[in-house]
Design a protein. Structure first.
Lengths: 122, 122
């Protein structure tokens, strides 16, 4: 029986909302999510976990309290647990997030950009 | 201070050996590895963990006991824990592996393709 892989571009073509990660795969107690980003997010931290960002399209800057990192397609960065950061997308960015199940996108900040859990594409 | 992201293509350009995963980033107690694959690997399973394959270049077929999955660039697949599988690369394949720290590439099979732990690119 032929299995179907997870095609990241196809998953990303299935939605248009920003800052709303969609679970596309699970790895033990971790989740692989795709997300579209545009503009500036909120400063926040995840006190209990690191968070991996992999950019597939566009340019994402992750502001940190002591600097920043700029990611283009095929580049990844891991924000360590407890590190305050603010993602800023130059235009629209397509990215993959990998983190433990249940991590909320706005971390300790909360607020209107807090996304509802969405595994409808998994 | 500007931080440097992990550029997957650049990491892959730094070596040429096959079936020898190189750690390029850490996410809690998980590792992100890049690897070059060519030809057929060995049938094996990882009894304690799922294993994520993301293909960046080439075509990778993962044979499973009840079928197979074929992955091209931008496609991923998670082999569930305990599932016997045999990766087969059509030509040279560049891929990302994500799994807990310490997972050995040949799992329960061992043998000459068992890779030495390599985090020299991390």
């Amino acid at each position: 029986m032929a299995r179907t892989p997870v095609d990241l571009a196809r998953k990303l073509s299935a939605f248009s909302d920003h800052w709303s990660p969609k679970v596309v795969a699970r790895l033990n107690d971790y989740e692989v999510k795709v997300v579209k980003l545009a503009g500036e997010f909120v400063w926040h931290a995840h006190d209990d976990t690191d968070e991996l960002f992999l950019v597939l399209a566009g340019t994402l800057t992750i502001r940190l309290e002591d600097g920043e990192v700029s990611l283009g397609p095929g580049q990844l960065f891991v924000v360590s647990r407890g590190v305050r950061h603010c993602p800023v997308a130059d235009g629209e960015v397509h990215a993959v997030l990998i983190e433990p199940t249940g991590v909320v996108n706005t971390g300790d900040a909360g607020g209107p950009l807090t996304a509802r859990y969405d595994d409808s594409l998994a």
